[in-house]
Write a new protein. Structure first.
Length: 452
């Protein structure tokens, strides 16, 4: 036969969506060559060398013909190394080393090593969801990504090597069944019960966790602001199944899931460095990827040393704080990343310069006392010679969205014996254990009262 054609379905990532891509392998007589068309990027073009070496390492025959691989639709840019395994399987099917009709019943995703091993790639969960919507109920994927693919409701076919994929398609190999990992009974975040003293700040953390309010902590260096902020995820309500799938989907596309980890069932916590740029915070790039705000979806985003962040990075948080999503627009298209998080900021200011000028912007009264406002302090943390107001460092539009502000007590005021009750069971935001405090967007909104 002069011309042989085979097809397999894979997917290309566009934001948090997976677009179906049909990999077509065409063999014909002529000078042996290997060409990939269909708008592949550099990593996808380099698949030619990985596929050739992988097939040879698997002791399979490389066709000595002119091989043309088309990635359709041709107008969609193909990025990444996840096309290696589909290309290799399509070439094997076109040369009739595996049954083409059986391959057509599967989707495939994965990267090939030069020795034929199958490596995990980002976005397996969204690829499995797209395969299920397309009517394909089986996905050939790396062994490390099988638990992730099973979350989408498809039957994963985990393989460690290209040999296993070929033997499976011939009916000579049965992959191991995938068992979903049970949810963790104990959280891995730091525990708020370890904190002694700082009654006012701990109360503010309760309020932020109960109503998912943004929080601003300020005070002298070394008073425990960062330590307190890192313990906020531990008292947030547990994620529902739908929320956990959203978080897992984002982390899968970002390539942050540990091999074999499955679903993310804890509220995420992200703490970017103060040198982070605006695209790093909200997402971006040539092929837009989620930023820190989206990675903190349904969790906590900590901006430690808030005053040191550049203005564009802080201003970029205005849309996600209002809408719970980030829209990244490029010439090639527009993608939307979910970004509904609790924002926690910390900053160092001298206690002598604190005042009550932020009264309209935060909760005025709690059962443990008044929470102090901070936006009138001088900018002494960065430069003692700067006389501009410190509040200009975090800008009025973003400042309005800090619902709760609290001053961390200095060392001399921290009690050596904790006189506050343990914060056990502060999980459910409404109607369960913990607090039932309400706080609207300041200024001028009504403030609810805590339950007795």
């Amino acid at each position: 036969m002069d011309r042989v054609l085979a097809r397999v379905v894979t997917h290309a990532l566009v934001g948090l969506e997976a677009r179906p891509v049909e990999v077509e392998a065409h063999l014909q007589r002529g000078v042996p060559a290997f060409v990939i068309v269909g708008l592949p990027d550099k990593a996808c073009q380099e698949a030619k060398e990985r596929v050739r070496s992988g097939i040879g390492s698997a002791e399979l025959e490389w066709p000595l013909r002119r091989i043309t691989v088309n990635l359709a639709p041709a107008g969609l840019r193909k990025e990444g190394s996840g096309f290696d395994l589909p290309i290799a399987l399509a070439v094997l099917a076109a040369s009739r080393q595996v049954p083409p009709e059986r391959l057509a019943e599967h989707a495939a995703v994965g990267e090939l090593a030069l020795d034929g091993r199958v490596r995990p790639v980002p976005g397996v969960l969204v690829a499995a969801e797209a395969a299920r919507r397309a009517g394909l109920d089986r996905l050939i994927c790396p062994m490390e990504s099988a638990a992730e693919a099973a979350l989408a409701g498809v039957v994963p076919v985990p393989v460690r090597h290209l040999v296993e994929a070929g033997e499976y398609l011939r009916g000579r190999f049965t992959p191991e069944p995938v068992v979903e990992r049970p949810p963790l009974l104990k959280r891995t975040h730091p525990d708020l019960r370890d904190v002694r003293g700082q009654e006012r700040a701990r109360r503010a953390l309760e309020v932020a966790a109960a109503g998912r309010h943004n929080l601003l902590l300020a005070g002298p260096p070394g008073t425990g602001k960062t330590m307190l902020a890192r313990r906020l995820p531990g008292i947030l309500p547990s994620l529902t199944r739908e929320e956990a799938l959203e978080v897992t989907r984002i982390h899968s596309v970002a390539g942050l899931l540990a091999p074999g980890s499955g679903i993310v069932d804890e509220p995420p916590f992200r703490a970017p460095h103060h040198t982070a740029s605006a695209p790093a915070i909200v997402g971006g790039g040539v092929g837009p990827r989620p930023g820190e705000a989206s990675l903190a979806h349904h969790g906590v985003l900590l901006l430690d040393e808030l005053g040191e962040f550049v203005r564009p990075a802080i201003e970029s948080l205005r849309q996600p704080l209002e809408d719970g999503a980030v829209a990244v627009a490029r010439v090639t298209g527009r993608v939307v990343f979910p970004a509904r998080f609790v924002l926690v900021g910390t900053m160092n200011v001298s206690t002598k310069r604190l005042n009550q000028r932020a009264g309209p912007f935060f909760l005025p009264q709690l059962s443990t006392g008044t929470i102090s406002g901070l936006v009138g302090a001088r900018r002494t943390a960065r430069s003692p010679t700067t006389h501009g107001p410190y509040r200009e460092m975090f800008y009025r539009p973003t400042n309005y969205r800090a619902h709760t502000r609290v001053r961390a007590a200095p060392h001399r005021r921290i009690r050596t014996v904790d006189e506050t009750p343990k914060l056990e069971g502060v999980r459910a935001p409404w109607g369960g254990e913990g607090l039932g405090l309400t706080c609207g967007h300041p200024p001028g909104r009504a403030v609810g009262k805590s339950r007795q």
